[in-house]
Design a protein around this ligand. Structure first.
Ligand SMILES: *[C@@H]1O[C@H](CO)[C@@H](O)[C@H](O)[C@H]1NC(C)=O
Ligand SMILES: *[C@@H]1O[C@H](CO)[C@@H](O)[C@H](O)[C@H]1NC(C)=O
Ligand SMILES: *[C@@H]1O[C@H](CO)[C@@H](O)[C@H](O)[C@H]1NC(C)=O
Ligand SMILES: *[C@@H]1O[C@H](CO)[C@@H](O)[C@H](O)[C@H]1NC(C)=O
Ligand SMILES: *[C@@H]1O[C@H](CO)[C@@H](O)[C@H](O)[C@H]1NC(C)=O
Ligand SMILES: *[C@@H]1O[C@H](CO)[C@@H](O)[C@H](O)[C@H]1NC(C)=O
Length: 330
Protein backbone atom coordinates (compact mmCIF):
# COMPACT_ATOMS: atom_id res chain seq x y z
CA UNK A 1 0.00 0.00 0.00
CA UNK A 2 1.52 3.27 -1.02
CA UNK A 3 1.17 6.01 1.52
CA UNK A 4 -0.55 8.95 -0.06
CA UNK A 5 0.31 12.47 0.89
CA UNK A 6 -2.32 15.04 0.29
CA UNK A 7 -0.52 18.33 0.21
CA UNK A 8 -2.83 20.43 -1.90
CA UNK A 9 -4.49 22.29 0.92
CA UNK A 10 -7.87 23.75 0.23
CA UNK A 11 -7.77 27.47 0.82
CA UNK A 12 -11.55 27.48 0.66
CA UNK A 13 -11.97 25.85 4.04
CA UNK A 14 -9.78 28.41 5.75
CA UNK A 15 -11.71 31.46 6.85
CA UNK A 16 -10.03 34.56 5.47
CA UNK A 17 -10.36 37.16 8.16
CA UNK A 18 -8.21 39.66 9.97
CA UNK A 19 -7.07 37.09 12.48
CA UNK A 20 -3.61 35.66 12.62
CA UNK A 21 -5.25 32.26 12.50
CA UNK A 22 -6.21 32.77 8.88
CA UNK A 23 -2.67 33.73 8.00
CA UNK A 24 -1.39 30.67 9.80
CA UNK A 25 -3.68 28.56 7.63
CA UNK A 26 -2.56 30.21 4.43
CA UNK A 27 1.03 29.92 5.55
CA UNK A 28 0.56 26.20 6.01
CA UNK A 29 -0.85 25.95 2.50
CA UNK A 30 2.00 27.96 1.02
CA UNK A 31 4.48 25.76 2.71
CA UNK A 32 2.72 22.54 1.72
CA UNK A 33 2.76 23.62 -1.89
CA UNK A 34 6.34 24.74 -1.88
CA UNK A 35 5.79 28.48 -1.71
CA UNK A 36 7.79 30.73 0.56
CA UNK A 37 6.31 31.22 4.02
CA UNK A 38 4.63 34.55 4.64
CA UNK A 39 6.69 35.01 7.79
CA UNK A 40 10.19 33.93 7.00
CA UNK A 41 13.21 34.28 9.16
CA UNK A 42 11.66 36.89 11.43
CA UNK A 43 13.32 36.69 14.78
CA UNK A 44 11.03 39.22 16.42
CA UNK A 45 7.80 37.26 16.24
CA UNK A 46 8.14 35.58 19.62
CA UNK A 47 5.29 37.66 20.97
CA UNK A 48 2.08 37.90 19.00
CA UNK A 49 2.87 35.53 16.18
CA UNK A 50 3.47 32.38 18.09
CA UNK A 51 0.59 32.74 20.50
CA UNK A 52 -2.00 33.28 17.80
CA UNK A 53 -2.95 29.63 17.85
CA UNK A 54 -3.72 29.74 21.55
CA UNK A 55 -6.50 32.27 21.38
CA UNK A 56 -9.10 29.79 20.29
CA UNK A 57 -11.58 31.14 17.75
CA UNK A 58 -10.22 31.78 14.30
CA UNK A 59 -7.03 29.84 14.82
CA UNK A 60 -8.08 27.02 12.55
CA UNK A 61 -7.78 24.60 15.46
CA UNK A 62 -10.76 22.71 16.86
CA UNK A 63 -9.59 23.48 20.37
CA UNK A 64 -6.55 25.00 22.02
CA UNK A 65 -5.25 25.37 25.51
CA UNK A 66 -2.17 27.23 26.60
CA UNK A 67 -0.18 26.69 29.76
CA UNK A 68 3.33 27.54 30.91
CA UNK A 69 4.43 28.61 27.45
CA UNK A 70 3.10 25.45 25.80
CA UNK A 71 0.04 25.37 23.53
CA UNK A 72 -1.94 22.25 22.69
CA UNK A 73 -4.10 22.57 19.57
CA UNK A 74 -6.41 19.95 18.16
CA UNK A 75 -7.01 19.68 14.40
CA UNK A 76 -9.71 17.45 12.93
CA UNK A 77 -9.74 18.78 9.34
CA UNK A 78 -9.35 16.42 6.42
CA UNK A 79 -6.29 17.63 4.66
CA UNK A 80 -4.73 21.00 5.21
CA UNK A 81 -1.45 21.28 7.02
CA UNK A 82 -0.26 23.17 10.07
CA UNK A 83 3.23 24.70 9.97
CA UNK A 84 4.20 25.87 13.46
CA UNK A 85 6.84 28.61 13.54
CA UNK A 86 10.19 27.34 14.81
CA UNK A 87 13.65 28.80 15.21
CA UNK A 88 15.05 25.51 13.86
CA UNK A 89 13.99 22.91 11.29
CA UNK A 90 10.45 23.60 10.00
CA UNK A 91 7.80 20.90 9.83
CA UNK A 92 4.23 20.69 8.52
CA UNK A 93 1.76 18.45 10.35
CA UNK A 94 -1.30 17.16 8.57
CA UNK A 95 -4.25 14.95 9.63
CA UNK A 96 -4.31 13.97 5.93
CA UNK A 97 -7.58 12.03 5.84
CA UNK A 98 -7.20 11.43 2.13
CA UNK A 99 -9.16 8.18 1.90
CA UNK A 100 -12.52 9.20 3.34
CA UNK A 101 -15.56 8.04 1.37
CA UNK A 102 -19.18 9.09 1.85
CA UNK A 103 -19.65 5.69 3.50
CA UNK A 104 -16.70 5.97 5.91
CA UNK A 105 -17.58 5.51 9.60
CA UNK A 106 -15.05 6.99 12.01
CA UNK A 107 -13.04 10.06 12.89
CA UNK A 108 -9.51 11.29 13.40
CA UNK A 109 -8.02 14.28 15.22
CA UNK A 110 -4.42 15.38 15.53
CA UNK A 111 -3.07 17.27 18.53
CA UNK A 112 0.02 19.43 18.14
CA UNK A 113 1.96 20.73 21.14
CA UNK A 114 3.89 23.87 20.31
CA UNK A 115 6.26 25.93 22.43
CA UNK A 116 5.19 29.58 22.39
CA UNK A 117 8.86 30.65 22.29
CA UNK A 118 9.22 28.68 19.02
CA UNK A 119 12.26 26.92 20.47
CA UNK A 120 12.46 23.12 20.73
CA UNK A 121 14.91 20.81 22.54
CA UNK A 122 17.30 20.71 19.56
CA UNK A 123 17.54 22.69 16.34
CA UNK A 124 16.02 19.71 14.50
CA UNK A 125 13.26 18.73 16.95
CA UNK A 126 9.66 18.78 15.81
CA UNK A 127 6.73 19.80 18.02
CA UNK A 128 5.23 16.83 19.89
CA UNK A 129 2.05 15.48 18.38
CA UNK A 130 -0.55 12.76 18.81
CA UNK A 131 -3.32 11.33 16.68
CA UNK A 132 -6.51 9.77 18.07
CA UNK A 133 -8.62 7.83 15.59
CA UNK A 134 -11.07 5.05 14.93
CA UNK A 135 -12.46 3.95 11.57
CA UNK A 136 -14.44 0.93 10.54
CA UNK A 137 -12.88 -1.21 7.82
CA UNK A 138 -13.23 0.35 4.36
CA UNK A 139 -13.85 -1.49 1.08
CA UNK A 140 -11.01 -3.60 -0.32
CA UNK A 141 -10.51 -1.04 -3.06
CA UNK A 142 -9.94 1.74 -0.52
CA UNK A 143 -8.75 0.23 2.78
CA UNK A 144 -6.73 3.24 4.00
CA UNK A 145 -8.57 6.25 5.43
CA UNK A 146 -5.75 8.54 6.40
CA UNK A 147 -2.02 9.03 6.71
CA UNK A 148 -1.70 11.62 9.49
CA UNK A 149 1.91 12.73 9.26
CA UNK A 150 4.65 15.21 9.92
CA UNK A 151 6.56 16.45 6.89
CA UNK A 152 10.03 17.97 6.69
CA UNK A 153 9.90 21.50 5.25
CA UNK A 154 12.35 23.88 3.67
CA UNK A 155 15.40 21.70 2.97
CA UNK A 156 14.15 19.49 0.14
CA UNK A 157 14.80 18.58 -2.63
CA UNK A 158 18.28 17.21 -2.00
CA UNK A 159 20.30 15.27 -4.55
CA UNK A 160 20.90 11.83 -3.03
CA UNK A 161 24.59 11.87 -3.91
CA UNK A 162 25.00 15.10 -1.96
CA UNK A 163 23.30 13.80 1.15
CA UNK A 164 25.96 12.81 3.67
CA UNK A 165 23.65 11.79 6.47
CA UNK A 166 19.99 11.67 7.36
CA UNK A 167 19.94 11.46 11.12
CA UNK A 168 16.69 10.38 12.69
CA UNK A 169 15.84 10.53 16.38
CA UNK A 170 12.45 8.94 16.93
CA UNK A 171 10.21 7.91 19.80
CA UNK A 172 6.57 6.94 19.36
CA UNK A 173 3.93 4.82 21.09
CA UNK A 174 0.52 3.38 20.11
CA UNK A 175 -2.19 2.64 22.65
CA UNK A 176 -5.91 1.97 23.01
CA UNK A 177 -8.01 4.94 24.15
CA UNK A 178 -7.85 8.71 23.84
CA UNK A 179 -4.67 9.34 25.83
CA UNK A 180 -1.03 8.70 24.93
CA UNK A 181 0.48 5.57 26.51
CA UNK A 182 4.04 5.30 27.85
CA UNK A 183 4.72 1.98 26.12
CA UNK A 184 3.12 0.12 23.23
CA UNK A 185 1.53 -3.13 24.39
CA UNK A 186 0.89 -5.06 21.22
CA UNK A 187 -1.63 -7.50 22.71
CA UNK A 188 -3.99 -4.62 23.64
CA UNK A 189 -3.84 -3.34 20.05
CA UNK A 190 -4.42 -6.79 18.58
CA UNK A 191 -7.45 -7.22 20.86
CA UNK A 192 -9.01 -4.18 19.13
CA UNK A 193 -8.03 -5.52 15.66
CA UNK A 194 -5.97 -2.40 15.04
CA UNK A 195 -4.68 -2.33 11.47
CA UNK A 196 -2.03 0.28 10.85
CA UNK A 197 1.66 0.89 10.39
CA UNK A 198 4.16 3.44 11.67
CA UNK A 199 6.22 4.63 8.74
CA UNK A 200 8.52 7.09 7.10
CA UNK A 201 7.49 7.85 3.53
CA UNK A 202 9.93 9.32 1.00
CA UNK A 203 9.70 10.13 -2.71
CA UNK A 204 12.57 10.28 -5.22
CA UNK A 205 12.86 11.25 -8.86
CA UNK A 206 15.56 12.26 -11.31
CA UNK A 207 13.72 15.57 -11.75
CA UNK A 208 13.84 17.74 -8.65
CA UNK A 209 10.36 19.19 -9.19
CA UNK A 210 8.72 15.81 -9.84
CA UNK A 211 10.48 14.43 -6.73
CA UNK A 212 8.35 16.83 -4.67
CA UNK A 213 5.11 15.45 -6.08
CA UNK A 214 4.15 12.26 -4.24
CA UNK A 215 1.85 11.06 -7.00
CA UNK A 216 4.26 11.68 -9.88
CA UNK A 217 7.66 10.77 -8.40
CA UNK A 218 9.25 7.65 -9.87
CA UNK A 219 10.23 6.03 -6.55
CA UNK A 220 8.65 5.67 -3.14
CA UNK A 221 10.87 4.45 -0.31
CA UNK A 222 9.34 3.65 3.07
CA UNK A 223 10.71 2.62 6.45
CA UNK A 224 8.19 0.85 8.69
CA UNK A 225 8.89 0.79 12.42
CA UNK A 226 5.76 -1.24 13.13
CA UNK A 227 3.04 -3.14 11.35
CA UNK A 228 -0.15 -4.12 13.16
CA UNK A 229 -2.96 -6.31 11.80
CA UNK A 230 -3.44 -8.65 8.85
CA UNK A 231 -4.54 -5.95 6.37
CA UNK A 232 -1.30 -4.01 6.73
CA UNK A 233 1.09 -5.41 4.15
CA UNK A 234 3.90 -3.99 2.06
CA UNK A 235 3.88 -4.02 -1.72
CA UNK A 236 5.84 -6.69 -3.59
CA UNK A 237 8.21 -9.30 -2.25
CA UNK A 238 11.26 -9.64 -0.03
CA UNK A 239 14.62 -8.68 -1.48
CA UNK A 240 17.23 -8.46 1.25
CA UNK A 241 17.84 -7.71 4.93
CA UNK A 242 20.25 -5.64 6.97
CA UNK A 243 20.84 -4.38 10.47
CA UNK A 244 21.01 -0.69 11.31
CA UNK A 245 22.09 0.37 14.80
CA UNK A 246 20.50 -2.62 16.49
CA UNK A 247 17.35 -2.90 14.38
CA UNK A 248 16.90 -5.58 11.71
CA UNK A 249 15.16 -4.40 8.56
CA UNK A 250 13.89 -6.44 5.60
CA UNK A 251 13.47 -4.78 2.20
CA UNK A 252 10.40 -5.38 0.05
CA UNK A 253 10.16 -4.27 -3.59
CA UNK A 254 7.27 -3.88 -6.00
CA UNK A 255 5.20 -1.45 -8.06
CA UNK A 256 2.03 0.33 -7.00
CA UNK A 257 -1.06 1.08 -9.07
CA UNK A 258 0.39 4.46 -10.09
CA UNK A 259 3.38 2.53 -11.48
CA UNK A 260 5.75 3.94 -8.91
CA UNK A 261 8.63 1.72 -7.84
CA UNK A 262 8.05 1.07 -4.16
CA UNK A 263 10.72 -0.08 -1.71
CA UNK A 264 9.77 -0.79 1.90
CA UNK A 265 12.21 -1.46 4.74
CA UNK A 266 10.31 -3.17 7.57
CA UNK A 267 11.68 -3.52 11.10
CA UNK A 268 11.56 -7.13 12.27
CA UNK A 269 10.08 -6.09 15.64
CA UNK A 270 8.00 -3.14 16.76
CA UNK A 271 10.58 -0.35 17.17
CA UNK A 272 9.36 2.51 19.35
CA UNK A 273 12.70 4.21 19.63
CA UNK A 274 15.22 4.59 16.85
CA UNK A 275 18.33 6.74 16.65
CA UNK A 276 20.51 6.45 13.58
CA UNK A 277 21.56 7.54 10.12
CA UNK A 278 18.84 6.18 7.82
CA UNK A 279 20.70 7.43 4.74
CA UNK A 280 22.25 3.95 4.77
CA UNK A 281 18.85 2.47 3.94
CA UNK A 282 18.84 4.70 0.85
CA UNK A 283 22.45 4.23 -0.30
CA UNK A 284 22.04 0.44 -0.01
CA UNK A 285 19.53 0.59 -2.85
CA UNK A 286 22.05 1.89 -5.40
CA UNK A 287 23.96 -1.39 -5.50
CA UNK A 288 20.99 -3.75 -5.64
CA UNK A 289 19.81 -5.31 -8.89
CA UNK A 290 16.72 -7.09 -10.17
CA UNK A 291 14.38 -4.11 -9.84
CA UNK A 292 14.55 -0.53 -10.98
CA UNK A 293 16.29 1.10 -7.99
CA UNK A 294 16.98 4.80 -7.41
CA UNK A 295 20.52 6.07 -7.93
CA UNK A 296 22.68 8.77 -6.36
CA UNK A 297 21.74 11.25 -9.08
CA UNK A 298 18.07 11.16 -8.05
CA UNK A 299 16.53 13.74 -5.71
CA UNK A 300 14.78 13.23 -2.40
CA UNK A 301 11.74 15.52 -2.68
CA UNK A 302 9.33 14.49 0.09
CA UNK A 303 10.05 13.18 3.58
CA UNK A 304 7.26 12.44 6.03
CA UNK A 305 6.56 10.26 9.05
CA UNK A 306 3.18 9.06 10.25
CA UNK A 307 0.73 6.20 10.59
CA UNK A 308 -1.45 4.69 7.89
CA UNK A 309 -4.93 4.31 9.42
CA UNK A 310 -6.85 1.24 8.17
CA UNK A 311 -9.26 0.28 10.97
CA UNK A 312 -9.70 -0.34 14.66
CA UNK A 313 -12.56 -1.49 16.91
CA UNK A 314 -12.01 1.34 19.38
CA UNK A 315 -10.19 4.65 19.59
CA UNK A 316 -6.43 4.37 19.46
CA UNK A 317 -3.84 7.07 20.11
CA UNK A 318 -0.54 7.36 18.28
CA UNK A 319 1.88 9.59 20.18
CA UNK A 320 5.18 11.06 18.95
CA UNK A 321 7.01 12.70 21.85
CA UNK A 322 10.26 12.84 19.90
CA UNK A 323 10.94 13.32 16.20
CA UNK A 324 13.96 15.02 14.77
CA UNK A 325 15.49 15.04 11.30
CA UNK A 326 18.94 16.39 10.54
CA UNK A 327 20.00 16.21 6.89
CA UNK A 328 23.61 17.09 6.14
CA UNK A 329 24.79 17.82 2.62
CA UNK A 330 28.28 17.80 1.20
C1 LIG B 1 11.00 27.43 25.27
O1 LIG B 1 9.81 26.92 25.86
C2 LIG B 1 9.90 25.59 26.35
C3 LIG B 1 8.52 25.18 26.82
O2 LIG B 1 8.00 26.11 27.70
C4 LIG B 1 10.95 25.53 27.46
O3 LIG B 1 11.06 24.20 27.93
C5 LIG B 1 12.29 26.00 26.90
O4 LIG B 1 13.23 26.02 27.94
C6 LIG B 1 12.16 27.37 26.28
N1 LIG B 1 13.41 27.68 25.61
C7 LIG B 1 13.99 28.87 25.67
C8 LIG B 1 15.29 29.02 24.97
O5 LIG B 1 13.49 29.79 26.30
C1 LIG C 1 -12.57 8.96 19.49
O1 LIG C 1 -11.74 9.81 18.74
C2 LIG C 1 -12.45 10.76 17.97
C3 LIG C 1 -11.45 11.43 17.05
O2 LIG C 1 -10.35 11.93 17.75
C4 LIG C 1 -13.18 11.68 18.90
O3 LIG C 1 -13.93 12.62 18.15
C5 LIG C 1 -14.12 10.90 19.79
O4 LIG C 1 -14.69 11.75 20.77
C6 LIG C 1 -13.38 9.76 20.48
N1 LIG C 1 -14.32 8.85 21.11
C7 LIG C 1 -14.48 8.79 22.41
C8 LIG C 1 -15.41 7.75 22.90
O5 LIG C 1 -13.88 9.51 23.17
C1 LIG D 1 -6.20 16.56 22.30
O1 LIG D 1 -6.66 17.87 22.54
C2 LIG D 1 -7.97 17.91 23.09
C3 LIG D 1 -8.39 19.37 23.13
O2 LIG D 1 -7.43 20.15 23.78
C4 LIG D 1 -7.95 17.21 24.45
O3 LIG D 1 -9.26 17.20 24.98
C5 LIG D 1 -7.44 15.79 24.29
O4 LIG D 1 -7.31 15.17 25.55
C6 LIG D 1 -6.11 15.77 23.60
N1 LIG D 1 -5.72 14.40 23.31
C7 LIG D 1 -4.48 13.94 23.50
C8 LIG D 1 -4.24 12.52 23.11
O5 LIG D 1 -3.58 14.63 23.95
C1 LIG E 1 1.53 15.90 -9.35
O1 LIG E 1 1.43 14.84 -10.27
C2 LIG E 1 0.12 14.50 -10.63
C3 LIG E 1 0.19 13.22 -11.45
O2 LIG E 1 1.12 13.33 -12.49
C4 LIG E 1 -0.52 15.67 -11.37
O3 LIG E 1 -1.84 15.36 -11.69
C5 LIG E 1 -0.49 16.89 -10.43
O4 LIG E 1 -0.96 18.02 -11.13
C6 LIG E 1 0.92 17.16 -9.96
N1 LIG E 1 0.86 18.19 -8.92
C7 LIG E 1 1.59 19.29 -8.98
C8 LIG E 1 1.44 20.24 -7.84
O5 LIG E 1 2.35 19.52 -9.89
C1 LIG F 1 7.68 -2.66 -12.14
O1 LIG F 1 7.48 -2.04 -13.41
C2 LIG F 1 8.62 -2.11 -14.28
C3 LIG F 1 8.29 -1.34 -15.54
O2 LIG F 1 7.99 -0.02 -15.22
C4 LIG F 1 8.93 -3.54 -14.59
O3 LIG F 1 10.11 -3.60 -15.37
C5 LIG F 1 9.17 -4.31 -13.30
O4 LIG F 1 9.34 -5.66 -13.57
C6 LIG F 1 7.98 -4.13 -12.35
N1 LIG F 1 8.33 -4.75 -11.09
C7 LIG F 1 7.50 -5.54 -10.44
C8 LIG F 1 8.02 -6.10 -9.15
O5 LIG F 1 6.40 -5.80 -10.86
C1 LIG G 1 22.48 4.03 18.06
O1 LIG G 1 21.41 4.01 18.98
C2 LIG G 1 21.78 4.48 20.27
C3 LIG G 1 20.61 4.21 21.19
O2 LIG G 1 19.45 4.81 20.76
C4 LIG G 1 22.14 5.94 20.18
O3 LIG G 1 22.48 6.45 21.45
C5 LIG G 1 23.31 6.09 19.24
O4 LIG G 1 23.63 7.45 19.04
C6 LIG G 1 22.98 5.45 17.88
N1 LIG G 1 24.19 5.41 17.06
C7 LIG G 1 24.30 6.04 15.92
C8 LIG G 1 25.61 5.87 15.20
O5 LIG G 1 23.41 6.73 15.45
Amino acid sequence: MALKLLVNASLLVIPIGGSLGALFGIDAHRSATGQAPLFSGDSDSSGGGSTGGSTGGGSGADGSTSNNGITNSMYCQDSYGISPPSDGQLYTLNPNQWGLLSTTVGALCMNVTTNNNETYPTKYSAPQFSVTWKYEAGPETQPVHAYPNIMVDGILPVELGEMESLDLDLHWTYGVGNEPVETTVESTLTAETLNTNVAIDMFFDSDKVTAQNSSAAKYEVMIWFAKFGVATDPIGSKVTSRELNGTDFTLWAGNNSANQHVFTWIAADTTERFVGDINQLITDLYSLSGYLYPSSSDYLGVFSFGTEAFYSDSNVTFWVPEFSIDITKS
